[in-house]
Ligand binder design. Sequence first.
Ligand code: 5GP
Ligand code: ZN
Length: 136
Amino acid sequence: MSTNAACIFCKIVKGEIPSLKLFESSSVFAFLDIQPLSRGHALVIPKHHAPTLTTLPDEHLSEILPVVKKLAIASGAENFNVLQNNGRIAHQQVDHVHFHMIPKPNEKEGLGVGWPAGATDMEKLKELHQEMQAKL
Ligand code: 5GP
Ligand code: ZN
């Protein structure tokens, strides 16, 4: 299990920084977000330290979504978003992989989403489809 002494989420896992823990297993830790976007906003993290999703080995990922689901049910939220940010311009502030479970009780509270949808261009989409498929 990789850990980083300077990482605040690794410190939370180790209990060096207090948190309002919701769930813990051998590979996963979940707790309430300290600056919630809405009531019930919670974070699920792998105990293994990795800065981004693409640097996290698969075996540390498998339990995450079932825990996100448990939190969503426990929050009682009818509407909610699951968010996972990677990189500064994608709004990642803490460099330890984390999944947000954010209840959306009304238009004002919870996650606000900008969705700058582009026009449909089937030629460009087909080109991209081939390019990506070749790398999978
Ligand atoms: P990001 O923008 O990186 O996706 O989200 C980081 C989240 O971690 C933010 O929602 C922020 O409120 C939360 N956070 C940062 N530091 C702490 C902390 O020390 N304790 C808890 N519980 N949450 C934190
Ligand atoms: Zn960490």
